[in-house]
Design a protein around this ligand. Sequence first.
Ligand SMILES: NC(=O)c1ccc[n+]([C@@H]2O[C@H](COP(=O)([O-])OP(=O)(O)OC[C@H]3O[C@@H](n4cnc5c(N)ncnc54)[C@H](O)[C@@H]3O)[C@@H](O)[C@H]2O)c1
Length: 330
Amino acid sequence: MKVAIIGGGGIGSTHANAYRSIGANLLAVVEPLAASAEDFAKMHGVAAYSSLSELISSKDRPDAISICTPPFTHRELVEEAVAAGINILCEKPMAHTLEDAEAIYVLTQGSGIVFATGYCQRFQPELESIQELVAGGKIGEVRTFYNSYSSHQDGIENRWFGRKELAGGGVIIDTAIHSIDVFRYLCGEIIAASGTMSTVLGESDLAVEHTATIGLRSISDVIGTIDCSWKLPNGTSTVSVGGSAGRLTFDYDKEGEIVFESADGSVDTIHVPTGDRFAREVEAFLESVRYGLPARTGAFDGLVGLTVVDAIYRMHEANTISPLLRSGNA
Ligand SMILES: NC(=O)c1ccc[n+]([C@@H]2O[C@H](COP(=O)([O-])OP(=O)(O)OC[C@H]3O[C@@H](n4cnc5c(N)ncnc54)[C@H](O)[C@@H]3O)[C@@H](O)[C@H]2O)c1
């Protein structure tokens, strides 16, 4: 099976390493910036093309691609790949707008191709272990979810990430979209969402939010709190699920360890398998293609992410406090 990467930037390289690590037949990259294309091709030992159409009409025409380009390009690339019958692993967010996400969802239904949304956190083995423990009743009736994915991203606001018309928003659509998916994975479908966010950075007011907190509620009334930021000095990545019989927590700095705090106050470390989430993600994608199975995180999951993010942005606008109170003059 021939594989290609579309977009030879940061995550394109991560996907390339992941495919190579599982021995996949990675042949090409599509990258319009000549210098980046050349570097990528050299680094990963693949051929470089400047557009998807050029790749499709070449000897390296792929059976499967990873779309690793900025979100505003996803819809057009998906349209072209679906028309050519090429299977797609599309990075999150599925699109930069709900409208484009809906179009991708409709396009991929019944198309005969495998469409996977790149929610790599679902392939983090420790989260899979938490899911199994929760489903097995380890923490009783599930009540709370807490997650933080924070980092320090110097100058991100000056890249496409900081332009709403290219990215769709800031840290929520970029980072918390993973959290929204992890919440659904561990706690069930979302029926309510809200959030508050900050765009002010020093003297600047950014076009998108860099820090946010989100509240979610699942169909079975689990309450989720998600913190995310591009602008904290030290990154934190944790996931915690609490219930009537205890709490399970995974801190990404402690691979292979889940902390269980039981209702009686005792604290145990549960040792679980670990592994590379990207390698596991691309392996699952290629397996779906090989056996004609639906992707573990498909177009529906991609669309739900955009639907929840869109609701949070709309709620935030609706909830903005009067300018009189904000200015402190009241
Ligand atoms: N799953 C994750 O953890 C994760 C992490 C980082 C980024 N991402 C996602 O991956 C995508 C890319 O992010 P990035 O950080 O790699 O961005 P990037 O800017 O580093 O790389 C994107 C590359 O795509 C190229 N490109 C633009 N338009 C193209 C087109 N039409 N065809 C082919 N190439 C094109 C650009 O020239 C650039 O080299 C985004 O959707 C982002 O949200 C996911």
